[in-house]
Design a protein around this ligand. Structure first.
Ligand code: KIV
Ligand code: ZN
Length: 540
């Protein structure tokens, strides 16, 4: 049996694999805000990015290492392909973190060896110990992943794992890179690794998996039963293609069904000791932050964090829940931090009340950011009688998106209605502060606004998604708008909230355009699609 920490370690890869979701790219401030929230959530390891990818990725990992990784905080981890230059960049970016980990990987399946790496098994078997050893010469904590492990030849996998452990890897990660495996099969693979790798007791066994067949969480739970003790997952399950295993689903499965899983940890079934170190009350807030900043909307029926996950629509269910909530509820909404959205503040609330509530919600803002947040709060309180926690969260998460602003929105005005042709007037300024105004007609008010903005910014793009949802109930609720733009096959998302959805749409559009503009000229390497040979090293 592999080295056992006595519980499951949660390795969060929202900022690395999650950010590989199309259109989910985050700026440095956004990554930092998410990392800080992940630390509050209590994850054991934060995979902060792939430092070799670009200057921006390097800087983000470095800032997170500086500001989030503390002696009592999470381990900060960076990804690197099995190459010296990747590993160097990773070690350099992680330097400020007291607890740091290099995560290096290479593919082991014949499909990847033949078509992607163009290497033989023996070549891979030589690279693995060399690169693990090299990473160990720079940091004490090294994780090694066999990419596409689930489709690899098991005997070759055992050899690679044994070599990686002998070279100093203390965590061995088994990815189901393409979401191909099934629960029994994946559990069996973990069991067999434990049985067939002679030095497996010297490492923690970890799993990583994608959700192409919707099986990632089920696969992981079966892996846990067979000895996996680290789970690599993302908030809201975001990630490449159909995403990664969802952190909230894994954690709540281990929480709600603790007595079922306890015996696999050598505990008595009714042991009350948690199986993870996650503060479950932080789950909802983390989910909303990630959704707001990445623009990846959470489907309403998503387990644990979907808007309907705790809603009891049907009369029979409501009646049952009122008699005894156990009739239809297996999770108390408060366990995941879903409060009653209690009304906290209003028009007359002062700066210190707003600051105190933000602090209670986990937002420790600088003086400047607090000034901004308070101005936005006042503006909203003029239009909306009661300001809820959700409204405050919407204000703060929008603020985090602003630092890379290239265009700024100054005015939006629309006229529309049954007898009118929708017409929009917009004024924006560019980075030099030059103001420009344009008027456009459209098929509807949002179309008119978008046409007017496009005529001013001259940034070629295609609008591929426009969605609106309300933050809270009530006619005066904030409307949250998410917009996705595409240029040259790359997606850029923008998000904004306002009581006026046309204003929110205009601001969301500007936020998406700002991302598009700031990504220009930035070359970013994909850790899995770009092979080591075909890429030259950007200067760091
Ligand atoms: O899916 C995968 O195999 C990965 C590895 C880089 C761990 O993301
Ligand atoms: Zn992955």
């Amino acid at each position: 049996m592999a080295k056992d920490p006595g519980r499951v370690l949660i390795f969060d890869t929202t900022l690395r694999d999650g950010e590989q979701s199309p259109g989910a790219s985050l700026n440095l401030e956004e990554k930092l805000a998410i990392a800080q929230q992940l630390a509050r959530l209590g994850v054991d390891i934060i995979e902060a990015g792939f430092p070799f990818a670009s200057q921006g990725d390097f800087a983000a990992v470095q800032r997170i290492a500086e500001q989030v990784g503390g002696e009592d905080g999470p381990i900060i981890c960076g990804l690197s392909r099995a190459s010296e230059s990747d590993i160097n960049a990773c070690a350099k970016a992680l330097m400020p973190a007291p607890k740091k980990r290099i995560h290096t990987f290479i593919a082991t399946s014949d499909i990847h060896l033949e078509h992607k790496l163009k290497k033989s098994r023996s070549e891979v078997l030589k690279i693995v110990p060399e690169m693990v050893q090299y990473a160990r010469s720079l940091v004490d904590d090294v994780e090694f992943s066999c990419e596409d492990a689930a489709r690899s030849d098991y005997n070759f996998l055992y050899e690679v794992i044994e070599a990686a452990i002998a070279a100093g890897a203390s965590t061995i990660n088994i990815p189901d890179t393409v979401g191909y495996t099934t629960p029994a099969e994946f559990g069996d693979l973990i069991y067999k690794i434990n049985e067939n790798v002679p030095n497996i007791d010297e490492a923690i066994l970890s799993v990583h998996g994608h959700n192409d067949l919707g099986l990632a969480v089920a696969n992981f739970l079966e892996a846990v039963k067979n000895g996996a003790r680290q789970l690599e997952c993302t908030i809201n399950g975001i990630g490449e293609r159909a995403g990664n295993a969802a952190l909230e689903e894994l954690v709540m499965s281990l929480h709600v069904r603790r007595s079922y899983f306890n015996p696999y940890f050598g505990r008595v079934a009714d042991s009350p000791t948690p199986l993870t170190a996650i503060r479950t009350e932080e789950i909802t807030k983390t989910s909303r932050l990630v959704s707001n900043l990445t623009g990846m909307v959470v489907q309403p029926n998503k387990a644990i964090v979907g808007a309907n996950a705790f809603a009891h629509e049907s009369g029979i269910h409501q009646d049952g829940v009122l008699k005894n909530r156990l009739t239809y509820e297996i999770v108390d909404a408060q366990t995941v931090g879903l409060s009653d959205n209690r009304i906290s503040l209003g028009k007359l609330s002062g700066r210190s009340a707003v600051r105190a509530r933000l602090e209670e919600l986990g937002y420790d803002l600088s003086r400047e950011d607090l000034n901004d947040a308070f101005a936005r709060f006042k503006d909203l309180a003029d239009r909306k009688r009661e300001i809820t926690d959700r409204d405050l969260e919407a204000i703060v998460s929008e603020q985090v998106q602003l630092p890379e602003a290239f265009f700024q929105l100054h005015l939006v005005q629309v006229s529309c209605g049954t007898a009118l042709k929708p017409t929009a007037t917009v004024t924006i300024s560019d980075k030099e502060g030059r103001e420009k105004t344009s008027v456009s007609l459209g098929t509807g008010p949002v179309d008119a606004v978008v046409r007017a903005l496009n005529s001013l910014t001259d940034e070629r793009n295609e609008l591929v998604e426009f969605s609106v949802k309300s933050v809270t109930e009530g006619i005066d609720a904030l409307g949250e708008v998410t917009i996705r733009l595409r240029r040259d096959g790359v997606l850029f998302s923008g998000h904004s909230a306002d009581t006026d959805i046309v204003v929110a749409a205009a601001q969301a559009y500007i936020n998406a355009l700002n991302r598009l503009v700031s990504s220009k000229g930035r070359r970013s390497i994909h850790p899995q699609k770009d092979t080591v040979k075909s890429t030259s090293r950007p200067s760091l």
